[in-house]
Write a protein that binds this ligand. Structure first.
Ligand SMILES: [Zn+2]
Length: 278
């Protein structure tokens, strides 16, 4: 697939501020901008919709059909168990909406724990396959355009999704609309200021790495988050209070995620954040 790009953006895709400037480019020449209002970094210009829909048509079905594990032994099950258990510290099982479910394991885990589950995936064929496999009501297409009932869901779950869309700010506004008052938003995403990326950035600045900026993962990620900055803008712009933040990438032992005290220091490659609609 050949990369194709839109016109250059003049506003931040998270908070909408026009106070943005060029930050860096990766080894493929893809340009990264920084927002001076919310401090988020994002690809600019972005891939075209056509490129992304072709990309996701291929990406999703590959992930779904060719994963290496039998369903029940997939380590992702243990991670979703752990995440949803964490959510249940703040809210009792009710209506659960998964955005970008991928292989559907999060929805299965939530349903098994007593949640009433619905979901969304971008590619229509893949979504149908997933909805049939798990017998779950699912939506597809452009997330901002789908018709979802207001103030309906108790929890919206987004596991490594918010770094993918072109318009994360619109996702967050719509999520706020569909959540009940006091509803919970769960987000996990890569940490662009993780320890290992900080080291790689230093090596990049010294010209010591071949693939400069490879950690932006620009082949699939469009926005790059720092946990503290993200928490701040989720509060000030989108009306969410942060209840919990910790590292996302953890050890799995005997089919269970091992959480440790050190995970509250956010330096690993991903973080997770639990928020309540204010
Ligand atoms: Zn911004």
């Amino acid at each position: 697939m050949k990369f194709t790009f839109d016109q250059e953006l003049e506003e931040c895709i998270v908070c909408g501020s026009s106070d943005i400037n060029y930050f860096t480019q990766d080894h493929k020449g893809i340009r990264i901008f920084k927002c001076n209002n919310c401090n988020m970094k994002f690809m600019n210009p972005q891939y075209t919709d056509q490129y992304l829909s072709d990309f996701y048509a291929e990406y999703q079905s590959k992930d779904f059909k060719h994963h290496r594990y039998g369903d029940e032994e997939n380590p992702r099950f243990a991670k979703h168990q752990d995440n949803i258990q964490l959510i249940e510290e703040y809210i009792n099982p009710g209506k659960f909406f998964s955005i970008g479910s991928g292989n559907g394991f999060d929805m299965k885990v939530a349903r098994d724990r007593g949640w009433e589950v619905e979901g969304y995936e971008v590619d229509p064929d893949f979504t149908k396959e997933l909805a049939d496999k798990f017998s779950i009501k699912m939506y597809s297409g452009k997330f901002e355009d789908i018709d979802l009932p207001a103030e309906t869901y108790d929890c919206v779950y987004m596991n490594h999704v918010i770094e993918h869309p072109k318009n994360p700010g619109e996702y967050l506004s719509k999520i706020r609309e569909i959540l009940k008052p006091g509803g919970i938003l769960y987000i996990a995403t890569p940490n662009i200021d993780s320890l290992s990326i900080k080291i790689k950035k230093t090596l990049d600045s010294l010209g010591l790495r071949k693939k400069k900026g490879s950690y932006y993962d620009t082949w699939q990620h469009l926005t790059y988050y720092n946990p503290h900055h993200f928490s701040n803008i989720l509060s000030s712009k989108f009306g969410f209070e942060t209840l919990h933040m910790s590292n996302d990438v953890k050890k799995i032992e005997n089919g269970k995620v091992k959480n440790s005290w050190i995970d509250k220091y956010l330096f690993k490659s991903g973080f997770r954040i639990v928020l309540r609609k204010k």
